[in-house]
Ligand binder design. Structure first.
Ligand code: HEM
Length: 132
């Protein structure tokens, strides 16, 4: 997952305060995603510790932070989940709302949108992508 390196030469991750800020964002983001009836179902089999880790990884990827993740690729992890584009968009909206709430500046939010666009094809189910 080196996708963010090209567009974030000096890391947004560091600019917003590094690991501590990402941890705070995870808590807020978690509360949003897990109460969303369209999204909660994906996570019933995933325990809360793993889920927090997932959100921290997501945020780190979209903010261009240190990539300490050496597990499965994004496509490998998400294609079996059959995630439609609508649900991907919703998660993106919760993420943006979380970062906005934390006062993350507009230029960083704009780059987050770019990264969300770049990784979409790996996360969203291939059948639901037509015309997207
Ligand atoms: C920017 C978008 C995303 C990124 C960067 C991302 C990142 C990741 C990573 C790195 C993993 C692997 C964790 C591991 O195997 O240790 C993972 C797993 C997972 N992701 Fe995402 N994710 C994204 C979007 C989504 C969305 C939109 C959903 C659901 C609506 C989702 C649901 C899940 C679930 C349920 C798992 C666990 C799968 C399993 O353990 O079998 N992710 N994600």
């Amino acid at each position: 997952m080196t996708v963010t390196e090209e567009i974030t030469p000096s890391s947004h991750y560091e600019r917003i305060g590094g690991a501590g800020s990402v941890k705070a964002a995870v808590e807020l983001f978690y509360d949003r995603v897990l109460v969303d009836p369209d999204l909660a179902g994906y996570f019933t089999e995933v325990n809360m510790v793993e889920q927090r880790r997932h959100l921290a990884l997501m945020l780190t990827v979209v903010l261009g932070g240190p990539n300490e993740y050496s597990g499965r690729g994004l496509a490998e992890a998400h294609q079996p989940l059959n995630i439609p584009v609508e649900h991907y968009v919703k998660v993106g909206e919760h993420l943006t709302a979380t970062l906005t709430e934390l006062g993350v500046p507009a230029d960083i939010l704009a780059d987050v949108q770019v990264v969300l666009g770049q990784v979409q094809d790996q996360v969203v189910a291939s059948e639901s992508r037509q015309g997207a």
